[in-house]
Design a protein around this ligand. Structure first.
Ligand code: GNR
Ligand code: NI
Length: 168
């Protein structure tokens, strides 16, 4: 297993559209395991391959208190979503230190492949529904800051760019 580096906004690589997994193999299974390890270490409740600069449609999440419910979604698709929305204060490992309210459908049905390459469907609600929608956005090059006002987004961009310059 390996810890992977997480790209940070406004890195343009976070805007990449990820490609589907055509075939499950050891390399994809290793990616799943590395994503889980990196997510737990961060710590976060979800992580998309895009965030570690791997542009394949793989995401992981675990919203349990004790890291006991790892979930892997390969080639995820939302096949149903509720009309009702809920608001969460969202954060992102690629936008460290910033939290903003985002509205999303409060329940979704997701179809995906698991780590063994088997198809499954799962109805998600609450934080897990929000998290998986946030991760699918990453696979499409989208970030939670795209839902907030341009003025707020620009402020976040400037602060992170300043930090990155200091670090370099
Ligand atoms: O750790 C995370 N917490 C979180 C909180 C509210 C809504 C979404 C998230 S996902 C985030 C980890 C991350 O950046 N995943 O892409
Ligand atoms: Ni994120």
């Amino acid at each position: 297993m390996a810890l992977l580096d997480i790209l940070e906004f406004p890195d343009p690589r976070l805007r990449t559209q990820a490609k589907p997994i055509e075939q499950m193999d050891d390399e994809v299974r290793r990616l799943c395991d590395d994503l889980l390890e990196t997510m737990y270490e961060a710590p976060g409740i979800g992580l998309a391959a895009t965030q570690v600069n791997v542009h394949r449609r793989v995401l992981v999440c675990d919203v349990s208190e004790d890291q006991s419910q790892p979930l892997v979604f390969i080639n995820p698709e939302i096949v149903e979503q509720s009309a009702d929305e809920s608001t969460y204060d969202e954060g992102c490992l690629s936008v460290p230190g910033f939290y903003e309210s985002v509205d999303r459908p409060d329940s979704v049905v997701v179809r995906a492949l698991n780590r063994e390459g088997e198809a499954f469907e799962m109805q998600l609600d609450g934080l897990l529904a929000t998290c998986v929608q946030h991760e699918i956005d990453h696979l499409n090059g989208k970030l939670f800051v795209d839902y907030i006002s341009p003025v707020k987004r620009q402020r976040i961009r400037a602060k992170l760019e300043k930090q990155h310059k200091k670090r370099a």
